[in-house]
Design a binder for this molecule. Structure first.
Ligand SMILES: *Cc1c(COP(=O)(O)O)cnc(C)c1O
Length: 373
């Protein structure tokens, strides 16, 4: 009885990723409300809005009055510009004036972030060739050692600022390495460097330092613009505290088969999980190609009828197997992977990674539902 197929679900999508657009808007607005007076929140929508879809995400953020967007590169910026379809917005490309779409950056009004003296000179030459001042954001490295002008590069520019005359510097920014650990001494060190280097440069333009977690470090980190990403998508910006953000994603996948197995049988590739007792197993339609990292093996669980069901054996490309002993269910029923019982942060902890990686790994196969609550 319990293993006869739930026929009505045969034609339904195998997995569904539900993205709550209203939660995205409310998260953005709640971050904006935390900022000191006069400070604005841009939105980081790089990597297709952390895998959730830059088009619908930017659309709802624009409705929530967000007008500044950070993408990774110019190609992402051009796609976003087209999606915004003529609506007013500033789009900044974090990786700078690079890439096969570079020659179209000005045409689509994409503002590159300049991360080195070479970037500055390249963009200055482009401005001279174009016969107009080109917009840019200047990125100072205050300790992350990833992108940005080194302190001695800043001194060079402070001594001879003439290259900047060809440019319209919209913001001077830096990026925090440890903002999700409020007690980390690196935060104050970077803040101090940022104040020192921006004073040295002495440009008449607004400043930007904080990502999501940086907003929660206090008003002295806010400056004129913040650049939250993760918190907008429901990831906890303060891992040591309860999450102030609303949950945004729900991921469910269908049970393809249910089987009763005996003690001593194995499950999955390499046969390295051996059942210690007889059990009922459900094969569920989502695997590592759908964002369930292989590191989940032996650790993860899904929720069926609100009950935790351990994932047994290795993660396959398209499927996982869960222990559903004691549950009455049928093929076609749904298992919750992310949602009310298991947040993105919970899932990330089990996979020994961060929510950012979970979201960007979700893949293209889920039916996506952009929901308004
Ligand atoms: C990704 C990114 C952000 C957003 O960071 P979150 O931690 O997701 O809020 C802000 N600034 C820079 C430079 C980034 O690369």
């Amino acid at each position: 009885m319990s293993t006869s197929t739930n026929e009505t679900s045969r034609h339904a999508p195998l997995s569904t990723l539900r993205i709550d657009l209203d939660a995205i808007a409310q998260n953005y607005l709640s971050l904006q409300k935390r900022l000191k007076r006069g400070c604005d929140a841009a939105a980081a929508v790089k990597a297709d809005a952390y895998g959730l879809g830059a088009g619908p995400v930017a659309d709802i953020l624009h409705q929530a009055n967000c007008r500044h967007f950070y993408v990774a590169d110019i190609a992402e910026g051009i796609a976003l510009r087209k999606g915004l379809d003529g609506r007013e917005a500033q789009i900044y490309a974090l990786q700078g004036p690079w890439g096969s779409a570079l020659s179209d950056a000005s045409h689509h009004a994409i503002t590159p972030v300049l991360n080195s003296l070479e970037d500055v000179h390249f963009w200055t030459d482009a401005a001279r060739a174009a016969g107009k001042r080109l917009p840019a954001v200047l990125h100072l490295d205050t300790g992350m050692n990833r992108l940005g002008l080194r302190p001695r590069n800043v001194e060079t520019l402070a001594t001879d600022p003439s290259p900047l005359k060809a440019l319209d510097i919209r913001y001077v920014m830096s990026h925090l390495a440890c903002a999700d650990h409020p007690s980390h001494p690196m935060n104050a060190t970077q803040l101090g460097f940022f104040l020192k280097l921006t004073r040295l440069l002495n440009l008449p333009c607004p400043l930007s330092l904080a990502n999501s977690s940086g907003i929660f470090l206090g008003e002295e980190y806010h400056f004129d613009q913040t650049r939250p990403g993760a918190a907008i998508y429901g990831i906890n910006p303060q891992p040591d505290r309860s999450n102030p953000m609303q949950s945004v994603v729900t991921l469910t996948a269908r049970i393809l088969q249910v089987r009763d197995v005996d003690r001593g049988e194995s499950v999955g590739y390499a046969a390295d999980y051996v059942l210690p007792a007889e059990a009922k197993l459900a094969t569920i339609s989502a695997g590592y190609a759908d964002g369930l990292l292989r590191s989940l093996a032996g650790l993860g669980k899904v929720y069926i009828q609100g009950k935790p069901c351990p994932i047994l054996g290795r993660i396959s490309m398209d499927a996982i197997v869960a222990d559903v002993t004691g549950l009455a269910l049928r093929p076609g029923d749904e298992a919750e992977i992310l949602g009310a019982h298991q947040s993105v942060d919970d899932f990330a902890r089990t996979e020994k990674t961060i929510g950012y990686e979970i979201l960007t790994a979700l893949g293209a196969r889920h039916q996506r539902i952009y929901a308004r609550t």
